[in-house]
Design a protein around this ligand. Structure first.
Ligand SMILES: Cc1cc2nc3c(=O)[nH]c(=O)nc-3n(C[C@H](O)[C@H](O)[C@H](O)COP(=O)(O)OP(=O)(O)OC[C@H]3O[C@@H](n4cnc5c(N)ncnc54)[C@H](O)[C@@H]3O)c2cc1C
Length: 307
């Protein structure tokens, strides 16, 4: 089922049809407050009441024209302006292929540099999502090139990739900001661990390394991007064992997923940030959310029955 949903996420045919149905659009609202930036920022404001911050991302990937990439950059500059005007603690996460990586690495890197500068002006961070493994090298190259002059820049690493532990070690001398996630794409077994237990262990090892005294002394900032309560418990226990304070790193979770865990973490004094997606290009992203938990398909079925 996971593979079928991930294959579906790349189907233009299905995207064009599925997004027309109201019951599909209704099911999507479980994971995003709305398609407009304003919807995301209103939701971000609401999170503040529960002592949680937000990170926003405008859905979309693989643009094919330089003008489209430039428009995405302009949009995100506007996001930083609005966030600043509203006085919110909101970070931004981008995809390099949405900023033109398929056209030219330099083009995408130039846009990222402009956005990272703007993020720094807001005393905020700009995060680079990690896409499928055909982009890992390019993404890390862009990060390595920009991080020394843009300390506001962070990057995501996926624990399901066999290479990620080594990538993490190679990034540590930069004092990086790293978001650890399990990984959301369909990858072959020579690249990614097929067994969940190995993905989870790799996640824990990477997180433990990032909150080690050595990594923190090097300037590393850690974001734990998961809804997995077992990993959350293990990482909290490790942080306490090595004397890392509750605000010495951050848990990031996706809007609408495990709200109970989000609230519990915030109430317990841990730093929590919720990633809110918006925009009209939600189809591949939504298919990846279904693939993470095929039981989510039930919400689509309920929508069909109700319509
Ligand atoms: C802040 C953040 C940023 C991310 N950025 C990236 C990125 O840049 N690149 C990338 O490849 N992936 C990214 N991801 C997605 C990530 O790779 C996983 O696919 C996703 O987080 C699900 O894995 P999990 O760690 O929650 O663990 P899982 O073992 O998949 O899930 C643990 C538990 O969480 C709940 N859960 C998880 N997913 C869902 C869901 N879709 N619906 C309902 N319940 C669910 C269930 O209760 C499940 O038992 C990001 C995730 C987060 C939280």
């Amino acid at each position: 089922m996971r593979n079928a949903l991930l294959a579906a996420s790349r189907s233009t045919w299905l995207r064009e049809r599925a997004t027309r149905y109201r019951f599909v659009r209704r099911a999507v609202t479980r994971f995003m407050p709305g398609e407009r930036l304003e919807d995301a920022l209103e939701a971000a404001r609401g999170l503040g009441a529960g002592r949680m911050s937000a990170i926003v991302t405008c859905l979309g990937e693989n643009v094919s024209k330089p003008d489209e990439a430039a428009a995405v950059k302009r949009h995100y500059l506007e996001v930083f302006d609005k966030v600043s005007a509203m006085g919110l603690d909101v970070e931004v996460s981008i995809k390099l292929t949405q900023l033109g990586l398929d056209l030219s690495r330099d083009l995408a890197a130039g846009h990222v540099a402009d956005l990272a500068r703007r993020a720094a002006g807001n005393r905020s961070r700009l995060w680079i999502d990690m896409e499928d493994s055909s982009y890992t090298d390019a993404t890390l190259d862009v990060y390595r090139g920009l991080r020394p002059s843009h300390p506001s820049l962070g990057v995501c690493l996926q624990s399901y990739l066999r290479r990620s532990q080594a990538d993490l070690e190679s990034l540590l001398p930069l004092g990086p900001s790293i978001r650890v996630v399990k990984g959301a794409y369909r990858e072959p077994p020579d690249k990614a661990f097929p067994r969940k237990a190995d993905v989870d262990e790799s996640f824990f090892r990477m997180s433990a390394r990032l909150i080690s005294a050595e990594a923190i002394a090097a300037g590393a900032w850690t974001v734990i991007g998961t809804h997995d309560p077992v990993l959350v418990d293990r990482i909290q226990a490790r942080a306490q064992a090595v004397g890392v304070a509750r605000d010495g790193f951050e848990f990031d979770l996706l809007y609408g997923i495990r709200r109970d865990l989000q609230a519990g973490l915030a109430e317990g004094g841990w730093k929590v940030r919720v990633l809110i997606s918006y925009g009209s290009q939600w189809f591949p992203w939504y298919m990846r959310r279904l693939a993470e938990r095929p039981a989510n398909l039930w919400f689509v079925v309920r929508g069909i029955l109700a319509s």
